[in-house]
Design a protein. Sequence first.
Length: 130
Amino acid sequence: MNISNDSGLQFIKLGLDASATRSKVIANNIANVNTENFKKSYVSFEENLNSEISKFTLKKTNSNHLSGSLDNSIISVKEDKSTSMRTDGNNVDIDLEKVNQASNTLMYNALITQANSKLSMTKSVISGGN
């Protein structure tokens, strides 16, 4: 099975890529919690996906299907310069970063479960249900 021909798996892969990037960004924020003038970063994916959703085309077999193609270019890392939590200019909130890390882990696990389910169904169809 070619992942490029399966729009469901394309979305799952894109979500997993965003989750992996988010994990690295959160780890970097946590590692720099005591670095003077460090500004936290965040991953912008869902917002970018929503803005791009009207532009992409996929093979449509149903009028309710979305159309478009997406790639990793909609996953972007941005720096939050708008806040400063401490007098040293650092704006990393360790508690918030840990919550974001837990949330990201849950999302990653949900996406893996979806991918495994989709691949199991495809395997079942190919093997004739055996």
